[in-house]
Design a protein around this ligand. Structure first.
Ligand code: ARG
Length: 560
């Protein structure tokens, strides 16, 4: 079912060896309006070799092309426009979707393990908006990559190691209480941490104590380890509550601490390869030939760093998973860090460093200001998700007061709104957070797509007639919908190649809108010869909307 290929083949046959298939494929465009057909081929490229005006070439070419498998092939200006045979197209698309169901769009673009470093919040700190973005973008990329043949491994590289744990231990021992941590772990741990920084301004000896405690932790001291592991598990409990709400699961929670006993090997290797240099007491890898700042490997007190742990993690992932690609869904502000990571690995002679890809995303601001945990300018995720669900409840109670599983649906709609809002814009776009905007249900939103899907389902539920994709759908109004349905596999391929869930989100919005326009103009449930085909169309819309939402990690309730 490759209609674009049909067009390419027809042009190739008519042009002989004037252009290669590849050139033709690149040149083919999709006209802006349906009046201009489904595919267009611009002829400008042939003007020079043929010594002819493109308009004339288009006319000649349109004549030369075998149009028998198309509705028509016409020259318009310098373009040759192809109109697909609509009823054939309709039958093929609808039959394919009916047969494949949620597998529609599955394809083989690659294979192998793909670790996806995602979410990765820091222990004892609230999960930030940035971590939410990483979670939902990573989760969606994992689903999209699965659909095209890869095996993603979702890794939560928790920030559970580093000098801050020395500070936390000191602060807890001085001002903390077990009950307080148990009652509200992240809030209280954060408070201790913030207090530490304040008091250390006037009592610098606190910093020495903290360093000593972190050293103890690195060396496996029992008390340090017990406290650290307790802070970690209490924090993780809170994070997991959010992951449950979002429906996101991980294959691994190996965070930074996991690499504590794997870093000596890295520093030894760096040393043996002559890459370590001393700079003001610290050890670095010089990266000036990459136009990058030096990578900090070891501090003057011997403590390892974020970078050291990422080097160990990359090597571990390579040895453990034999990845074909290794992805990091981390905010744009860490671009330099990942460039350095790749460069150091390259210097170490790891040719697989080219398979490492940083998948950056834009910052979320609130009222134009950067969010900061330290300054208390934070958005609490659970609160946002909770409010979205409450708003969804109100809407559902208005629109559908007798809905049976109303609470479950409200969860799906409220959470879906937040997730979809995050994914619908290109991931590198920065956006300002505004709760009202996030939980809007009309317009370009997740709930709009969900409502459209539920509407399609309710149409199907209203009749005993059966959908039949083999019946001819001869209905001009249906054409835009059919074309959208046919485009789904291409959209998945694009989303996978660009690591860009927004391609799917935008597609879902467009399909929903196109279907709603169709439904506004066409009576679907009329008992005539076309009914089974129209039902097949509605059914296909529901299948594809559901699968689009699924690829975004958003639920698609059947009723709303
Ligand atoms: N914990 C880090 C942060 O919150 C993100 C970790 C990203 N992953 C990595 N392998 N560096 O900024």
């Amino acid at each position: 079912m490759d209609f674009k290929q049909q067009v390419i083949d027809a042009i190739t046959a008519a042009l002989g060896d004037e252009l290669t298939q590849e050139q033709i494929t690149k040149l083919i465009e999709t006209p802006k309006s349906n009046d201009l057909g489904d595919y267009a081929f611009p002829t400008f490229i042939l003007a020079k070799s043929r010594h002819m005006a493109p308009v004339k070439i288009a006319a000649e070419l349109a004549d030369a092309i075998d149009a028998s498998q198309f509705e028509k092939v016409v020259a318009t200006g310098a373009y040759v426009n192809f109109f697909l045979a609509k009823t054939t197209f309709a039958k093929e698309v609808l039959a394919t979707i009916a047969e494949q169901g949620s597998d529609y769009g599955k394809q083989d673009l690659g294979h192998g393990n793909v670790p996806i470093d995602m979410s990765s919040p820091n222990i004892a700190k609230p999960m930030s908006m940035g971590h939410l973005r990483s979670t939902v973008i990573g989760n969606s990329i994992a689903k999209i990559l699965t659909k095209v043949g890869y095996t993603p491994i979702k890794i939560n590289h928790l920030g559970d190691w580093g000098t801050q744990f020395g500070k936390l231990i000191v602060a807890y021992k001085k001002w903390g209480s077990e009950d307080a941590v148990k009652a509200d772990p992240i809030k209280n741990l954060l408070e201790y941490y913030v207090r530490f920084h304040k008091e250390a301004e006037t009592q610098p000896e606190l910093d020495d104590e903290a360093r000593a405690w972190f050293k103890k932790l690195e060396d496996g001291d029992a008390e340090a380890t017990r406290l650290w592991s307790w802070f970690r598990s209490e924090s993780l409990k809170e994070f997991k509550r959010i992951y449950d709400i979002l429906g996101v699961e991980f294959d691994s929670f190996n965070g930074e601490a996991f690499y504590n006993d794997k870093m000596d090997k890295v520093t030894d290797e760096l040393e043996a390869k002559g890459l370590l240099q001393e700079s003001r007491g610290a050890e670095i890898v010089d990266l000036s030939k990459y136009d990058l700042n030096p990578a900090l490997i070891r501090k003057s007190d011997g403590a390892t760093l974020y970078m050291t742990r990422d080097l160990a993690a990359a090597i571990y992932r390579h040895d453990e998973y034999h990845f074909t690609q290794n992805l990091y869904v981390v905010g744009m502000e860490q671009t330099e860090h990942f460039k350095q990571l790749k460069a150091v690995l390259k210097e170490m002679g790891k040719d697989w460093s080219d398979d490492i890809h940083h998948i950056p995303f834009g910052l979320i601001t609130a009222n134009g200001k950067k969010l900061s945990t330290r300054k208390g300018n934070v958005i609490l995720l659970e609160k946002v998700l909770g409010e979205a669900v409450d708003l969804a409840k109100v809407q559902i109670a208005e629109k559908h007061p007798d809905l049976k599983n109303a609470d479950e649906v409200a969860d799906a709609v409220g959470v879906g709104a937040v997730v979809f809002h995050d994914l619908k814009n290109e991931r590198v776009d920065q956006f300002d957070f505004n709760l009202e905007e996030v939980v809007r249900f009309e317009g370009e939103t997740g709930p709009y797509v969900q409502y459209t899907n539920a509407r399609a389902n309710s149409i199907l539920a209203k009749t005993d007639a059966k959908a039949d994709a083999t019946v001819t759908l001869d209905d001009a109004n249906a054409w835009p919908v059919l074309k959208q349905l046919g485009a789904f596999p291409d959209m998945i391929a694009r989303a996978a190649k660009e690591y860009e869930p927004s391609v799917i989100a935008k597609y879902a919005l467009k399909l929903a809108k196109t279907f709603n326009q169709y439904y506004a103009h066409t009576k679907v449930l009329v008992d005539d010869a076309g009914l089974p085909a129209r039902l097949a169309l509605v059914q296909s819309v529901s299948v594809v909307l559901t699968e689009s939402l699924n690829l975004l990690g958003v639920k698609a309730p059947k009723e709303m």
